[in-house]
Design a protein around this ligand. Structure first.
Ligand code: HEM
Length: 404
């Protein structure tokens, strides 16, 4: 395959120093041009907001279907995220009405009830003088419990659900590290997590088919007309992906919010005093510290180009959403966190055909949880330096130790 004429860089996505703060590197690459070629990954990187939107919009050139193999490995089958044809819209339409903002309002009280005991137990320990890791002891659990509730999963299974999902999530870093023993172990554990989750979901699918009329998301899918055109593998993988997507990313955004507000106590106090700012504060933090940093696409046409840079057919292109979210041509002082900033669409939830279906659910969970935190713990400190491990692809702090 020929390589397009554009500046070349060498970036190891697993470098912990890079995960800790990728933003200076993004600015160096942005200064080189609209597209740079990363030699180790043999991939083209796109940093500009508009250019990233163009790639995500242009499915006739930049395809997600390359993800199918990855999704079979991750979730046990193909899901809507790895389909670019009309079939994607039909699959998405099965659940879309249940993820609309208005239909989710009925979940608010349930989310409050799920989140409150987690927040209370955490705050009680912090108030008693302990340094407590908010990830292990609060944020990781909440979205898992919410999605488990929506899927109609028995409460006794929630602990196992979390550990299967965590193992599955860790493969995101394992795939960049296939040649090391650690990478192989992460992949093996991820496969076991996926297999266990697939088995459990498959039994839930059989159960819901046997007793029609349920209102949980598994029932809604198996009883939908379009399900007749979906293989069992697709149905099971779609539900498995929902566990992962509903859990991993949302928990990571919660951890990121705690760090951002810990580092900016003035803005935290302003927020505690005026709760109408909560939704926009969450969006601004998500723009400033993006969770899903990279969206991969495969070039499937002969005439694909980004900002007049032609990209050869067959190439891997990475939208760098975190870089796009700090594009200085879209945001003034983009490196500054400012919760009072005028809100503009960012790419943290993707864009175009595959834009996140769970965006309103994630926002609702964040809003409910953050209000509870601000009620119970308006003042806190980050007890140690925050580390990001090797989490670049789904970037978030590994732990958030909190004290008062
Ligand atoms: C803060 C939390 C979340 C973030 C940052 C996030 C981010 C994203 C991003 C960037 C995409 C686009 C992927 C691409 O273009 O390839 C996406 C798609 C998706 N997300 Fe989320 N997500 C979050 C929460 C959720 C939740 C709560 C759910 C469901 C329970 C969910 C389910 C999905 C699904 C099914 C897709 C694929 C949509 C499609 O292909 O049409 N996500 N998400």
């Amino acid at each position: 395959m020929t390589v397009a004429a554009c500046p070349t860089i060498e970036q190891d996505w697993l470098d912990p120093a890079f995960s800790a703060d990728p933003y200076p590197s993004f600015e160096r690459w942005r200064a080189l041009g609209p597209v740079v070629y990363n030699e180790p990954g043999q991939e083209y990187l796109v940093t500009g907001f508009r250019d990233c939107q163009q790639v995500l919009r242009g499915v006739q050139h930049f395809s997600s279907e390359d993800l199918q193999e990855l999704f079979i490995r991750l979730f046990g089958g193909i899901t809507m995220e790895a389909i670019d044809t009309a079939r994607h819209h039909e699959m998405r339409a099965v659940w879309a009405p249940h993820f609309e903002r208005r239909s989710l309002e009925s979940m608010r009280a349930q989310i409050e009830a799920i989140s409150a005991p987690q927040v209370d137990a955490f705050v009680e320990r912090v108030r008693s003088g302990e340094v407590v890791d908010a990830v292990a002891n609060m944020t990781r659990a909440i979205p898992t419990l919410v999605i488990a509730k929506m899927l109609g999963i028995d409460e006794s299974m929630h602990g196992e659900f979390s550990s299967w999902s965590d193992a599955m999530g860790a493969t995101q870093t394992g795939v960049y590290d296939l040649n090391s023993e650690r990478g192989q172990l992460v992949i093996a554990e991820g496969r076991a997590g996926t297999a266990a989750l697939n088995d459990y979901i498959a039994s839930a699918v059989r159960d819901r088919r046997a007793r029609s009329g349920g209102e949980d998301l598994v029932s809604i899918m198996v009883n939908h007309d379009f399900a007749k055109q979906m293989s069992d593998q697709e149905i099971v993988a779609s539900n498995t992906q929902l566990v992962f997507a509903g859990n991993e990313t949302t928990a990571k955004l919660m951890a990121t919010v705690l760090v951002a507000l810990g580092q900016h106590p003035d803005q935290r106090r302003a927020l505690a005093a005026d709760r109408s700012l909560v939704p926009q504060a969450v969006e601004e933090i998500h723009r400033w510290q993006t969770i899903v940093q990279t969206l991969p696409r495969r070039v499937i046409s002969e005439d694909a180009a980004v900002d007049s840079v032609p990209i050869p057919r067959g190439s891997l292109v990475r939208v760098l959403s975190g870089a796009a979210n700090r594009d200085p041509s879209r945001w003034q002082n983009p490196d500054l966190l400012d919760i009072s900033r005028e809100q503009r669409l960012h790419l943290g939830f993707g864009f175009g055909m595959h834009v996140c279906i769970g965006v309103h659910l994630a926002r609702l969970e964040l809003e409910v949880w953050l209000n509870q935190i601000l009620d119970k713990l308006p003042d806190y400190e980050l007890a140690e330096n925050i580390e990001y491990g090797r989490s670049f692809a789904l970037r978030a702090p590994v732990a958030v130790p909190i004290a008062i």
